[in-house]
Design a protein around this ligand. Structure first.
Ligand code: CA
Length: 229
């Protein structure tokens, strides 16, 4: 199975070149440009490995690392611009598995990625267990389950995926085209009305009053978003 690697790096040129090289090696990738987004994606995507920059906006790499470690044993490879020993020590203390110093060569990075993935394969039983709770709603990523005030909501796979995608990035508005691409996938050449239909069904299942939603909101003329907290 294709391994998924999450790249958390705010410097776009570095993120791009790393992404390019990993994809060339056959990995799937996802990029987050700040610590908060990195943390959300680490929970939502359940990646096989995380490349985590230290100096990041919003939450720094050490904080992100510590938060991820509360819920997951995913290999974390820290990217640090500094060579100070203190960074390495702090990184390991926060639960990082390895670190690599910038500027790094792609061959070195790929070798480290491979080594850490191999190490993790020995321990595949420890799957990421994560939950997201917003108001009365809880999403259990390991069980693919959404509960509202403790009651399980019966969702189809796509409904669940759309709900999770929006909830993990609460507050951010997505166009129908973006949702189609992100939730249904690039290979899906569906109609954007598919998104509207799925949202309508989701609201009927999740909202108290689907005509006056409290979770899945419409931004008129743009698309949908999950109400921020
Ligand atoms: Ca940085």
């Amino acid at each position: 199975m294709t391994k998924c690697i999450l790249i958390v790096e705010d410097e776009k040129p570095i993120a791009e070149i790393v992404k390019f090289n990993l994809e060339k090696e056959g990995y799937r990738t996802s990029v987050a440009y700040d610590g908060e987004e990195g943390l959300h994606k680490a929970i939502a995507l359940n990646p096989d490995l995380i490349l985590l920059d230290v100096m990041l906006p919003k939450l720094d790499g050490f904080q992100v690392c510590r938060e991820i470690r509360e819920i997951s044993t995913v290999p974390i490879l820290m990217l640090t611009a500094k060579e100070e020993e203190v960074d390495k020590v702090l990184g390991f203390e926060m639960g990082a598995d390895d670190y690599i110093t910038k500027p790094f060569g792609m061959r070195e990075l790929l070798a480290r990625v491979k080594a850490n993935l191999r190490r993790a394969d020995v321990n595949t039983d420890d799957k990421t267990k994560g939950m997201l709770t917003i108001d009365k709603i809880t999403i259990d990523f390991a069980k693919y389950e959404v509960t509202k005030s403790g009651d399980i909501i019966d969702l189809t796979f796509r409904e669940y995926e759309l709900f999770k995608f929006l909830a993990v990035q609460a507050g951010q508005v997505f166009t129908r085209e973006q949702l189609l691409e992100q939730v249904w996938g690039y290979e899906y050449y569906g109609d954007i009305r598919t998104v509207d239909v799925t949202v309508r069904r989701l609201r009927e299942k999740v909202e108290d009053d689907s005509g006056a939603p409290e979770y899945i909101m419409t931004r008129r003329g743009v698309g949908y978003y999950f109400r921020g907290v």
